[in-house]
Structures are given as C-alpha cells and as structure tokens.
Design a protein. Structure first.
Length: 418
C-alpha cells in the first residue's frame, strides 16, 4: 500500500510541492520552538542538588554605636566567641534540626564570591563560586557527596579540607582520577599555599534557570569570623533547618524564644526569612519571563495547529468525489481513512528529511540554545520526535474529521457533487 501511495503522491507532485515546502518550513519552526521549550523546562525541573524545604536564613544586627547600651572596644577574639555562642544557642533550640554560619553561600539571595583554583599547570577556566561555611551548612541544605553521604562533606570541612563540585574535579583532574586527597591552591606558583581536597559533592546548581554548578566550599575559621564580628556582622548568614513538625509560625515563635538569648555583646537578632519565600522573590522575574515565553509558544502552536489542520481539512474535503469513487469500487471506510492517513504521514516524512538537515546545521552553528544544554544526539532526536508527533497529530486531525464525514455520504451523491 505504501508503494501505491508514493505513486499517487508522485503523480500529483505539482499539487503536493507547495504543501511539501510548507511542511518543511513549519517543521523547522516547530522544531525550534519545541527544542527551546524542552531545554528550558528540562533545565528548570532538573534537581538542584540541595533541599530548602523547612529552611530559614537569619542575620544578626549591630546595636547603634550611639546607643547607651553599646559596648565599646570589644576585642575581636571576644566577638568571635560571641558569634559562636549565638550559633550554639540557635542550634540548641528544640525547633532547630541543624544550624550554620555562612558567607555569600545561602541559596537564592543573589550574593556571591568567586575565586580561581589551581593545580600544577591547570586552573579552572572561570572563577568559581566560593562558599565559606561552617560544616553544618551541608546538613542544613542536605548536600550529598558523590557517595551519597552528607557526613563525608561535614567531616571534610571539620578537618579544614576543601569540598569541590564534580565540574571542578573534572577540570582540574581531567583524566578521570579522583580529586579526594589531592591538593590545589588559590594562587599560581610554587610558593602558593596548598589545600587538601577532602570530598567531592554531587552537582549543586545555582538555581532553576542557570546551569552554573562549579563551586568549592571551605571552612569558616576564626579569621573569617573575626573580620565580620564588628560592623560587617549583618553579612553573615545564619541558616537553619527547622524540624518539619515545628515549621508552623516559626519566625514568630523563634523570635519569642530567642530574642533575649541572642542579645549578646553588641549583637541582636535581626532579619529572619524563609528561604523558599526568598526563592520565589529571587526567581520572580525569571518565572514571569518563562510564563510569557510559554504564552508566546502557545500562541504560535495554536496558529500552527490551525494552519496545518486547516490545510489537510480543506484538502480532504476537496476530495469527496475521490472518496465516493473508492467506496463505490469496494473500499471500506477504515481502508480509505488508513490510506489518507498514510498519505499525510508520508508527505510529513518527506518534509522532515530537509528539516532535519536544517536543524542539524542550526545546532552546529550554535543558533539553538547551548548554554543550558549541549547540542547532543539525544537532544536532536528528542526534538525530532516531539516535532514529528505534533505534526502527525495535526495532520491526522485535519484528515479524520472531513474524511469520516465523507465516507458516510452515499457514493452516488458524492460523485454527483464532484
């Protein structure tokens, strides 16, 4: 039957060439749209590598130096101990599961520090995120090592070793060797201080709209705390994970319990925010942009559906006489529908061949999105499958409705109309 239908298509090539060209153009446009949405949504829903459910970020404030209760000339060592005391008191609160101090490391705040790592003659191509944290930071956000264990990361920082991401490991140890136990530096040269890598985490993404996942983490030692124990204390992030059963009106209850306890030296309990709420605010513009793109894509899809379905609807409706003739010659309605479906799908298949070549060229030239996902064979085939299935459904719908009605018309009437 396929050979017979190809012969019909070829014999009617003068009428089919315009439809074929239109299918090629629509297939390329639909492929581009489908690929864009697939890459964007795949990146959005890909796991972030950490968990922010039941987590909060709080900061300490500094009493105004003009206040009567302000204590002058507190030594840095005392300030460091006061920060550690504040962390310990937060950790001991019965509502808290884990607590940490960090600098430019909490998710979804848009605050970053970056450095370059070196290993012999190799270095990271770009500056990577620097996360300065206390060890329990990994427990707060449930980071995992490549072995699937949070405690590996915690113990590495407790030993004052570095934790790095898989991307950094791949860049500095390109032969597939493990980075654990090896040494890196923050400066180039033989005199640079070396730091031992204690663990490698799983992939930790920056947010749902980026593919940025290169980072290293180091322990927040007393030198860091000393620098921020004065006027810059509000830069420190006190991140906590709340026990799930206690996560109800947490901010109000925590303030009631801890305001007095965290009035230490010149410090007081300042801002407290839900990290999931921070995420909503931080990603709002990106989410709005994604929704706007989705509406535009939906509008384009509706137009494509109406266009392709309408063309095949009109084409099938125009062939009522042919359908009547086939019925009079003994073809059953299911056989006729099957032939027209096959003809439409063969036309689509013929149009997809040049469309595949065009998309391959666009992908190789970097016209398609590549910063979120490399243009791989799997991505190419997924885009092809989505495009082919959508167009096949449109063509089938455009044939089914008029053809189903036409095969019910008595052959004599259909021929008389023709």
């Amino acid at each position: 039957m396929i050979k017979h239908i190809w012969k019909i298509i070829w014999n009617e090539r003068r009428h089919n060439i315009g439809l074929w060209i239109e299918l090629v153009v629509v297939a390329v446009a639909l492929w581009y749209i489908a690929d864009h949405m697939y890459v964007t949504l795949n990146n959005y829903f890909k796991p972030l590598g950490f968990d922010t459910e039941h987590t909060y970020i709080m900061r300490l404030g500094l009493i105004n130096p003009n206040s009567a209760v302000y204590v002058n000339d507190i030594p840095q060592e005392t300030g460091v101990e006061e920060l550690k005391t504040a962390l310990e008191r937060i950790r001991r609160n019965p509502m808290i599961e884990a607590a940490s101090i960090s600098l430019h490391s909490s998710p979804h705040i848009g605050s970053n520090r970056s450095l370059t790592l070196f290993r012999d003659t190799l270095q990271t191509r770009y500056a990577i995120l620097s996360r300065t944290v206390t060890p329990d930071f990994f427990r707060v956000f449930k980071y995992k090592s490549k072995n699937g264990n949070t405690e590996d990361l915690v113990r590495a920082l407790e030993r004052n070793e570095l934790v790095i991401s898989p991307e950094v490991e791949k860049e500095l140890f390109p032969n597939g060797e493990s980075a654990v136990g090896k040494h890196v530096s923050f400066e180039k040269g033989d005199s640079a201080d070396l730091y031992r890598i204690g663990a490698v985490s799983t992939e930790i993404r920056y947010d749902n709209f980026n593919n940025w996942s290169s980072y290293f983490a180091q322990n927040m030692n007393n030198d860091f705390l000393a620098f921020f124990s004065g006027n810059y204390v509000s830069a420190l992030e006190f991140c906590v994970r709340v026990k799930s059963e206690e996560d109800r009106d947490f901010i109000g209850r925590f303030r009631q319990d801890m305001t007095q306890q965290l009035r230490i030296g010149n410090f007081f309990l300042g801002d407290i925010r839900s990290i999931p709420e921070n995420k909503k605010a931080y990603q709002k513009d990106d989410v709005d942009d994604l929704q706007m793109r989705a509406f535009v894509v939906l509008f384009l899809l509706v137009n494509i559906v109406l266009g392709i379905t309408g063309i095949f609807w009109f084409r099938t409706q125009h062939r009522r006489g042919e359908i009547g003739l086939r019925v009079s010659l003994g073809d059953t309605p299911p056989q006729i529908l099957r032939k027209y479906y096959m003809e439409g799908l063969l036309l689509l298949t013929a149009a997809m061949v040049p469309a595949m070549v065009v998309i391959l060229i666009l992908g190789k030239q970097g016209v398609l999105i590549t910063y979120l996902m490399h243009f791989t064979g799997a991505r190419y085939l997924i885009g092809f499958a989505i495009t082919y299935i959508l167009l096949a459904l449109m063509i089938t719908l455009g044939i089914w409705v008029p053809a189903r009605k036409a095969v019910k018309v008595p052959p004599a009437e259909a021929l008389r109309e023709e």
